[in-house]
Design a protein around this ligand. Structure first.
Ligand code: F6P
Length: 478
C-alpha cells in the first residue's frame, strides 16, 4: 500500500470472506477457504493488495477493512440488484448461455440495466483503490464490463480479466442482445484469460464477428475512443487448486481415520462411488443418477455391494432452474432408493449440504470411483481435488469430456454424459479396474495436478500481464 492506493487489486463478485450477522445486528467475517483466495493470498500480501467484492448479503453497506493483511473493500448491492444483476443477468442469462444453453437463458432489458449499473459500481470501487500503474485483476462473468469501465476511469493501470466459466461458440454467444457491449467491456483488459484454448478461440471469433477490430492469432488490436491503439491478448490459463494443501490434508491421520469411518458408516460396501457438486444443472447430476439407477436395474451393479454417495451443495436457490433441478434430483434419488434399497442399505446416500475441506478430503479418500459427469464446466476443481487427495495412488476418476479438466487430466476415464449407455459401460469399467491399472493412471494424474497448482496459475497469468507495457500507444505512434 502506498499513500495513493494499492499496487495489486482483485475485483470479484464475492469477497474472499464468509459474512455473518449476529442477533444484535453486529457483523463479523471469517476468511473463506476458496482456491482463489489461497492462490492470491501470497500475491496480495507481497504487493499489499486490495480485494473489491460483494459481501454476499443484500443491503449491507460496510466500510473497507483489513483481514489477514488484505484490504477488503465491500461493494453494496440492494436486494433488487441481487435479484436483477446476480440472480437475473449473471445466473439466469449469462450462466446458461455460456454453458451451451443447457437451460434456456432469459433475456430481460431490466436485468441488463442492473448489470451495467453494478459493473460501473465495481469499476469505480476498483479505481478508487488502485495506485498509479497498479495491476487490477477482474474475475469472472459477473463483471465483464468492468475492464472497459475501469480503463475509462484509470487509463494508467494494467487490467487483467479471467473468465472462470466456458466462453461459448460464436453461434451461441450470438443470441445475447448485448453481445457487442460485452465484448467491448472485456476488451478494456490488457490480458483476457480463459480456462481452455477453445474458450479463447471462441472469444476471438466473436470479436471478429461483432466488432470491426482486427485479430491475429490470440492478439486483438483495439482502437480506443481517443484513437490510441492497444494490443489485447486472449489466451488459456487453466486454473487449479492448492494441490499440496489438499495432499497434506488427505495424508493427515485424522482424515485417514475419518475415511475409514465413512466406509464403515456406509456398511462397508465393496465399492463406493462419489459425486460432489454444487447443485447446478451444468453438473450432469440427473444424467449420473439415471445411469446409476439403470446399472442397478440391469443388475450390473448391486446393493449393498455398491453404493453412491452424492453431495450436492446448495446453490443459487432463488433461481427457478435450480429449484427445478433440486426437485428432479430428489425425486430420482427417492425412486431409486425406494426401488433398490433395503433397511440400512441405501443405493444412494444423498446430502444437500456443504462440508468443510477435511470432510471432503475424507470422502475423496474413501471413494473408489469419483464421478464427474458435467454437461459443461469451465474447469471442475472437484476432479483435481480428488486426485490431490489420493496419495495412496488408488481410485478412479470418471471425467466428462465437457469439462476444462478433461484437457489436462490424461489418466481419467473419459465419458460423454449425454451417452447414457456409454457412461454406464465406463462406470462399470472404473468399478472393475484392477489396482495396477488404477495406480498407473493415478500416478499420471497426480504428477499433473501436483505440478500445475493454483499458485502456478496465478503466477503465470500475472507474469504475462506484468509484461504488458504500462501505457497504451498514443494515436500518432506506429
Ligand atoms: O464457477 C463460477 C462461480 O461463479 C465461482 O466463482 C463460484 O465459486 C461458484 O460459481 C458459485 O457461484 P456463486 O457465487 O453464484 O454462489
Amino acid at each position: 500500500m502506498s499513500d495513493d492506493g494499492y499496487d495489486f487489486v482483485v475485483v470479484a463478485n464475492r469477497l474472499p470472506v464468509d459474512f455473518s450477522v449476529a442477533e444484535d445486528g453486529t457483523t463479523s467475517w471469517t476468511t473463506s477457504p476458496g482456491g482463489l483466495v489461497t492462490a492470491l493470498e501470497p500475491v496480495m500480501q507481497a504487493h499489499s493488495g486490495a480485494w473489491v467484492g460483494w459481501s454476499g448479503s443484500p443491503d449491507l453497506d460496510h466500510e473497507p477493512f483489513d483481514a489477514d493483511g488484505v484490504r477488503l473493500v465491500p461493494v453494496a448491492l440492494s436486494a433488487t440488484e441481487v435479484e436483477l444483476y446476480y440472480e437475473g443477468f449473471s445466473n439466469d442469462t449469462l450462466w446458461p448461455l455460456y454453458h451451451d444453453v443447457i437451460e434456456p437463458p432469459a433475456y430481460h432489458r431490466q436485468w441488463w440495466d442492473a448489470y451495467r449499473k453494478v459493473n460501473a459500481r465495481f469499476a469505480a470501487a476498483a479505481a478508487a483503490q488502485a495506485a498509479p500503474g497498479a495491476i487490477v485483476w477482474v474475475q469472472d462473468y459477473q463483471l465483464q464490463l468492468v475492464p472497459a469501465l475501469l480503463r475509462e476511469l484509470r487509463p494508467d493501470v494494467r487490467i487483467g480479466f479471467f473468465n472462470h466459466i466456458p466462453f461459448p461458440s460464436l453461434e451461441i454467444f450470438a443470441q445475447l442482445p448485448w453481445r457487442a457491449q460485452v465484448i467491448r467491456g472485456l476488451l478494456g483488459a490488457d490480458l483476457i484469460g480463459f480456462q481452455r484454448a477453445s474458450d479463447a478461440a471462441n472469444f476471438v471469433r466473436s470479436v471478429r464477428r461483432f466488432t470491426d477490430l482486427t485479430t491475429r492469432g490470440e492478439v486483438i488490436t483495439v482502437t480506443d475512443d481517443d484513437g490510441g491503439r492497444r494490443y489485447v491478448r486472449a489466451a488459456a490459463f487453466p486454473i487449479s487448486i492448492d494441490s499440496e494443501h489438499f495432499d497434506n490434508l488427505a495424508r493427515s491421520p485424522a482424515v485417514k481415520a475419518r475415511a475409514l469411518e465413512i466406509r464403515e458408516e456406509l456398511g462397508n460396501p465393496e465399492v463406493m462411488l462419489l459425486g460432489v457438486d454444487r447443485l447446478d444443472y451444468t453438473k450432469g447430476i440427473r444424467h449420473r443418477v439415471k445411469a446409476f439407477g439403470e446399472l442397478l436395474q440391469d443388475g450390473r451393479l448391486t446393493v449393498p455391494e455398491v453404493t453412491l454417495v452424492q453431495v450436492a451443495s446448495p446453490s443459487r436457490e432463488n433461481v427457478g432452474a435450480y429449484q427445478q433441478l433440486r426437485e428432479d434430483v430428489e425425486l430420482l434419488v427417492g425412486r431409486i432408493n425406494g426401488e433398490y434399497g433395503h433397511l440400512g442399505k441405501a443405493p444412494i446416500h444423498y446430502f444437500h449440504h456443504s462440508y468443510p475441506a477435511e470432510e471432503m478430503a475424507a470422502l475423496y479418500l474413501a471413494a473408489d470411483v469419483m464421478l464427474v459427469t458435467a454437461l459443461r464446466d469451465g474447469m471442475n476443481l472437484v476432479a483435481k481435488e480428488y486426485v490431490a487427495a489420493r496419495s495412496d495412488e488408488r481410485g478412479v476418476l470418471v471425467l466428462s469430456e465437457f469439462t476444462g479438466a478433461a484437457d489436462e487430466l490424461a489418466g481419467s476415464v473419459l465419458i460423454n454424459p449425454h451417452d447414457i449407455d456409454g457412461m454406464k459401460d465406463r462406470i462399470v469399467l472404473a468399478v472393475e479396474m484392477d489396482y495396477r491399472e488404477q495406480r498407473k493412471r493415478m500416478r499420471r494424474l497426480r504428477r499433473r495436478v501436483l505440478e500445475d497448482d493454483v499458485e502456478k496459475w496465478s503466477q503465470t497469468f500475472l507474469a504475462v500481464l506484468s509484461a504488458v507495457p504500462a501505457h497504451h500507444l498514443p494515436a500518432h505512434q506506429p
